[in-house]
Design a protein around this ligand. Structure first.
Ligand code: PMV
Length: 335
């Protein structure tokens, strides 16, 4: 018997300025702290209903994605839920029926794992009546690391680090109160550079960090950057932020390229845009790029530059749609 009517949850996607790359202690714990902000337009919405089971399993018995049954996603999620119940005790088991949809095109090259796993964690939070955001973030993290940072809006910090009080490897925490207003209205124009399937998943990428020759150096640098970013985010925005932003994502891609096996995810279109963005900054436009584990370029700039960036797009300085990129999603930080 289904005990409830359909309910709805939603969660935003997020973009990290300091990247989570590599796990520690054999679990879903980060090798280094990460910092991100959530997006306004790129979200996942899930309608769900559930009933109690006689055992302690949590199982999705029906999953529709964009109105079509999606067995692959359902099986993947059930595997994750099985792992979760093997080391977390829930008072009862549930059968779940989920209808999921994203507000962004699904071939857009934007990872939906953060927003979708955050939705699943929110569903479990509602069913088991969890009140603390940290508990829901911790569930989301177990399903997909970066999802722990998609539980609340705005700037989130995940990972134990001396600079942030009560920071934890178990859950992400909001740092909105510590952020200068300049960073609260950051814009993120997402340039989808390729519709090629990614050759390597982030789980495989995290795994490759275990024996990476630069593992210790990466950890040291990431902790130093956590402190540098945190100081910057407290003060008004300047060019140095974009320099650090770019260095950080270039480190991520360098680590991927120098892992064994080596992974190259950037496309010629991505590189072209990276050069363009640097020229715009050299001309005095406050902007920079960041990139996740893919070829999609995130052009980041403050709201004050919206006019100039829009003009650059209009005159073709950012390239031509269809030739230099597949589409642009004009998003921004959501508080
Ligand atoms: O949450 P995962 O396991 O998909 O890893 C995300 C890794 C990056 O997107 C590359 C960086 C990050 O911190 O979001």
């Amino acid at each position: 018997m289904i005990e409830q009517n359909w309910s709805q949850v939603e969660a935003p996607s997020n973009i990290a300025i300091l990247k989570y790359w590599g796990k520690k202690d054999g679990g879903q714990f980060p090798m280094n702290p990460s910092i991100s902000f959530t997006l306004e337009k790129c979200k996942t919405k899930m309608n769900y209903k559930w009933n109690k089971r006689h055992d302690l399993q949590i199982e999705i018995v029906e999953l529709n994605f964009e109105k079509k049954s999606n067995i692959h996603f359902q099986n993947k999620l059930n595997e994750k839920l099985k792992k979760l119940v093997s080391h977390k005790i829930f008072p009862f088991g549930v059968n779940l029926y989920i209808d999921s949809e994203n507000t962004f095109p699904h071939s857009a090259g934007i990872a939906s794992s953060a927003s979708s796993m955050a939705c699943v964690a929110k569903i479990l939070g509602e069913i088991y009546q969890l009140e603390e955001m940290s508990e829901i973030s911790s569930l989301a993290r177990e399903l997909s690391g970066s999802a722990g940072r998609s539980i609340a809006n705005g700037w989130m910090w995940w990972g134990k680090c001396a600079v942030i009080e009560e920071s934890s490897d178990h859950y992400a925490k909001s740092i909105n109160k510590e952020i200068h207003p300049d960073y609260l209205s950051l814009q993120d124009w997402i340039f989808v550079c390729s519709d090629h399937e990614k050759s390597t998943s982030s789980s495989e990428g995290h795994e490759l960090m275990q024996h990476h020759p630069y593992k210790a150096a990466r950890q040291k640098v990431a902790f130093e950057r956590a402190e540098m970013f945190f100081k910057m985010l407290n003060c008004s925005l300047d060019k140095k932020f974009f320099e650090l932003l770019e260095l950080e994502c270039l480190d991520l891609h360098s680590l991927m390229m120098t892992s064994s096996p080596s992974i190259i995810l950037l496309r010629p279109e991505s590189l072209k845009l990276m050069h363009t963005i640097r020229s715009l900054r050299a001309e005095g436009i406050n902007c920079g790029f960041t990139i996740d584990a893919g070829s999609t370029i995130h052009l980041i700039f403050p709201k004050e530059e919206l006019h100039r960036i829009t003009e650059c797009e209009r005159i073709g300085r950012l390239g031509e749609m269809g030739k230099d990129y597949k589409c642009i999603i004009k998003d921004r930080c959501k508080l």
